[in-house]
Design a protein. Structure first.
Length: 443
């Protein structure tokens, strides 16, 4: 009995959905059930999370094709044929279809899309539509092999063969559907390399930059540029940091110098320095002149140090405070001035000439008396490195004292930047990769 009920529920659920590929080229009938043409496409409203059908586009003719659009609310049946509640004389055919913002066949079917949930680029083989009254709603996209077979019109024949050879095959039971809310169409204007996003910037920016970088690599160049240009500047910078130099260079060549300067300005200083160090000198000078003077000065200074020294590895994004500050003022400063920082591992206390006096952290500030001077919260010993210290020396100190970030000072103990564990790891991994044993040729 339970099996019968389960089968009935499954059948009802199946009846609620329709595959878009099954609608393509179906006969469209008027109210008198006379064939007036074939179903060509469906326009949809993009104002909601799940796009709803808006108009049905009908095509007739072969060599001289003409098109008509009717409100989807006039569709009375979607079974073996599509039946309208309109008379044929009320339907006007024109040589070309009118312009639409979003069409299922044109913009989704057989197109590449960005799956923002699994964070990859996929191809849409079919579209799964949910029936709601006289509307269809885009519920899922089908990215599986069975969807492709259905799209090609081979479903019945292939299903029969698979059942004959292996009746319990996963192919017959498993559907590879992705919910529409996780889908971002890669709709590209190739000439201008622009893209109109159908999901929020927030949704895309919630994907880790490394994963977005992987998505970028799965796209062709025009699509890559379109996606990149559609993002807000901070997300652009994060993605840019995770691309290989050749990909970075190709994108920079498509940007004007002002756009390039904006992207590099929002990169971390060590990543920006690495990039600028690989570019031609005149290109670097042009980019630096378009940055704010403070940012340009910092990057110019960093470019003067060896890439395997503390000065070459350090970043200039850190929190420093005057020794005259109280604990209460320091906490307020952190709350208001560090919103863009990913982490604030340490706070560096400096004097009026920016000489390093001591180091503290947020935890020590939170447990201190708000009226105390910030200097009362510093660690007993201040561990630091000099600008020309080697990667090996920096790594040794970090391991010895179990410190995740070290301040970098000059001979006068003036603070210039900090080195984080991430900076050291990336450098050590790079060295290890270069020194890895090579396989002999022919093996």
């Amino acid at each position: 009995m339970a099996n019968v009920i389960g089968a009935d529920l499954k059948a009802r659920a199946a009846a609620m959905f329709v595959n878009f590929s099954g609608l393509l080229n179906k006969d469209v009938l008027d109210a008198g059930r006379r064939i007036i043409g074939k179903m060509w496409d469906i326009s949809a409203k993009m104002s909601e999370v799940y796009p709803k059908s808006d108009e049905l586009i009908i095509r007739k003719g072969f060599f001289k094709r003409v098109y008509a659009s009717v409100p989807f609310s006039t569709v009375s049946e979607i079974e073996e044929e599509i039946v309208l509640s309109l008379k044929s004389e009320d339907i006007k055919f024109l040589p070309a279809s009118k312009e639409y913002e979003f069409l299922l066949r044109r913009d989704i079917l057989d197109q590449q899309v960005v799956d923002t949930y699994n964070r990859k680029v996929i191809r849409v083989n079919d579209i799964h539509l949910l029936r709601i009254d006289h509307e269809l709603m885009v519920a899922h996209v089908d990215i599986g092999l069975r969807g492709l077979v259905r799209r090609l019109g081979w479903e019945k024949a292939v299903d029969f063969c698979v059942r004959f050879l292996k009746g319990n095959a996963n192919y017959l039971k498993k559907d590879d559907w992705v919910s529409w809310k996780y889908i971002q169409p890669v709709a590209v204007n190739s000439a201008g390399m622009t893209m109109k996003l159908s999901v929020s910037q927030k949704q895309l920016s919630s994907i880790p930059a490394a994963d977005l970088g992987e998505i970028m690599r799965d796209l062709n160049f025009n699509q890559r540029m379109a996606l990149f240009m559609a993002l807000e500047i901070r997300t652009k910078a994060k993605i840019f940091e995770n691309l290989e130099f050749e990909d970075q260079k190709a994108i920079l060549e498509e940007l004007d110098k002002k756009e390039a300067a904006q992207v590099i300005t929002h990169m971390s200083s060590d990543e920006a320095t690495d990039l600028l160090g690989k570019l031609p000198r005149n290109t670097v000078e042009n980019i630096l002149t378009l940055m704010s003077s403070d940012r340009a000065k910092k990057l110019s200074t960093l470019l003067g140090y060896s890439s395997d020294s503390a000065g070459g590895l350090m970043i200039t994004e850190y929190v420093s405070m005057s020794a005259a500050m109280s604990v209460e003022a320091a906490i307020e400063y952190i709350k208001n001035q560090t919103r863009e920082f990913e982490t604030v591992p340490y706070i560096y206390i400096v004097d009026a000439t920016h000489r390093l006096i001591g180091v503290t952290n947020v935890r020590k500030l939170l447990f201190a008396d708000p009226k105390d001077a910030i200097t009362n919260t510093v660690f007993p010993a201040t561990i630091y490195v000099h600008l020309n210290d080697s990667v090996k020396e920096v790594a040794h100190l970090m391991e010895k004292y179990k410190i995740s970030a070290l301040p970098v000072v000059d001979e006068n103990k003036v603070l210039h930047g900090i080195i984080t564990m991430d900076d050291i790891l990336s450098q050590v991994i790079s060295i290890a990769w270069r020194k890895r044993p090579r396989k002999p040729k022919g093996m």
